[in-house]
Design a protein around this ligand. Structure first.
Ligand code: HEC
Length: 119
């Protein structure tokens, strides 16, 4: 009985993870997301993120955080509770060249993408 439950559980995980993930284009420095299936509001937010969040590091850093749920440098959780804090942290860096509105847009997008990545 226990074994059957375990098998069912593993099967369920395999089925759901088959749909998981974000549509990623390119690798390394060129890694970016494919926004073609994004709703309009998220497309607009992505237009901000893809410009503002590559000033100091590439998008791979952000994409890996969204895909794995772990911030790649610190190893801290990167979930809905953390996105805002990371956005603010980036905003506060010297010469971030972002305003609060733009950070808000990117945080909204990251929260939406976290949900998408877990679908
Ligand atoms: C002014 C430079 C700068 C800008 C602009 C910037 N970052 Fe960063 N980012 C850094 C630096 C430096 C680090 C290294 C680790 C740290 O300080 O958190 C980093 C680290 C990160 C990490 C990994 C954090 C960790 O703890 O592992 C993520 C995710 C991230 N940035 C996302 C973003 C997003 C999203 C944006 C746009 C809203 C952005 N960054 C804009 C400089 C920047």
């Amino acid at each position: 009985m226990r074994k059957t439950l375990l098998v069912l559980l593993l099967y369920g995980m395999a089925v759901t993870s088959a749909h998981a993930g974000l549509k990623v284009i390119g690798k390394g420095d060129n890694m970016r997301l494919d926004p073609s299936a994004f709703p309009p509001a998220m497309k607009a937010n992505y237009d901000i993120l893809k410009v503002k969040c590559i000033k100091c590091h590439n998008l791979e850093r952000t994409i890996v955080a969204l895909q794995t749920g772990i911030a790649p440098i610190s190893g801290q959780p990167f979930d809905r509770n953390a996105t805002k804090a990371y956005g603010v942290k980036m905003l506060r860096k010297p010469d971030s060249n972002m305003n609060k509105q733009e950070v808000k847009a990117t945080v909204e997008l990251m929260n939406w993408l976290l949900d998408e990545a877990n679908k």
